[in-house]
Design a protein around this ligand. Structure first.
Ligand code: HEC
Length: 305
């Protein structure tokens, strides 16, 4: 359902809205009185009732449960009745349009009566049908864990074509992209002061991983981080051969940059808690974290061939 946005927290919001509604009513009343007119009691009551309903149903956020809604509307109806029946005069004024509709003998009233007596049962019938008729559940969709990636992604203003992009830190000593460099350094110590370029990037990627990712993906990269089980789907287990080992490095880059919100439809219906890291990390930091994930798990990214 739609929601009208007003700054602040819920109680403040509600107070503001109620104050605004109150002054609107006082204002309308004042203007009408200036012109020597006034709204009939019946119209006033209906207006207040409808305004209260709109505020409770569509403006108040977060939405209130329907049982509470019924209680509130019931109370408001009761209070309105007390108000209009507080003295004989206003009660008579309130009843007048109703009695006139029921008993008025001009053609106009007869027409109103016909419309009311046709529309009212129809409305009630429709309402009853709506609450009683079974609703069809949405069909269950199977979630694709590795949906087809887009052809390219735009991250921090730069477009990466997934088929051709490479991790800029998967490089040998000369700074050239290398498919073998990980293999050559499987057993190296990232904390070695004389570590190779590649191993320095792995170490930096590790620092990024432990600052950002291990809460969910686990300090052993096994998807068992301390927050992991609060989520459905649970965070990916990189140590399992079914995740990054199955994927091209650029696919992983796309997933890290865009997170759960960037998944296409078949990645739903369970929205993923994976954050879109482009909002928190630089492009380089994301590539380094990915480099670390492959090095640490000992898996190699899949190639396009
Ligand atoms: C709030 C928890 C959370 C954090 C923090 C988090 N992730 Fe995730 N991540 C998830 C969840 C949940 C999934 C599984 C659902 C999905 O694929 O979106 C996932 C999936 C992934 C995948 C996809 C794996 C696959 O097989 O498709 C990659 C890659 C990934 N995360 C990398 C990272 C990196 C890198 C970081 C840190 C920069 C990180 N994640 C931080 C929750 C998290």
């Amino acid at each position: 359902m739609g929601k009208i946005w007003i700054p602040g927290y819920m109680p403040v919001q509600l107070l503001l809205i109620l104050t605004a509604a109150f002054f609107a009513f006082v204002g309308i009343g004042w203007v009408l009185r200036k012109q020597g007119r006034s709204l009939p009691k019946f119209t006033q009551a209906v207006l207040i009732w409808v305004t209260a309903f709109i505020i409770l149903r569509f403006v108040l956020y977060p939405p209130i449960p329907s049982a509470l809604m019924k209680t509130y509307m019931g109370l408001i109806t009761l209070v309105l009745f007390l108000l209009v029946s507080s003295d004989e005069e206003s009660w008579a004024e309130f009843k007048r349009p109703i009695l006139k509709t029921l008993g008025g003998d001009t053609p106009g009233f007869r027409r109103i009566r016909t419309v009311t007596f046709v529309a009212l049962p129809l409305l009630i019938g429709f309402g009853t049908y709506n609450t009683v008729a079974p609703k069809f559940e949405e069909p269950i969709e199977l979630r694709t864990v590795h949906p087809a990636p887009p052809a390219s992604v735009k991250v921090h203003g730069k477009t990466f074509t997934l088929q051709t992009a490479e991790n800029p830190f998967r490089v040998d000593e000369s700074g050239e992209y290398s498919n073998e460099v990980q293999q050559q350094h499987v057993n190296d110590n990232p904390f070695d002061p004389d570590a190779s370029k590649y191993m320095q990037y792995v170490r930096e990627g590790g620092a990024i991983f432990f600052q950002n990712c291990h809460f969910c993906h686990g300090d052993n990269l096994d998807g068992r981080g301390m927050f992991a089980f609060a989520f459905n789907p649970i965070p990916a287990n990189f140590a399992d051969s079914g995740t990054i080992a199955q994927l091209q490095e650029t696919f992983v880059f796309w997933r890290v940059a865009k997170g759960g919100p960037g998944l296409p439809r078949e990645g739903f219906p369970w929205a993923s808690a994976m954050p879109p890291w482009e909002q928190h990390l630089t492009t380089d930091e994301m590539w380094k974290a990915i480099l670390f994930e492959y090095w640490h798990t000992g898996f190699y990214p899949r190639t396009w061939e």
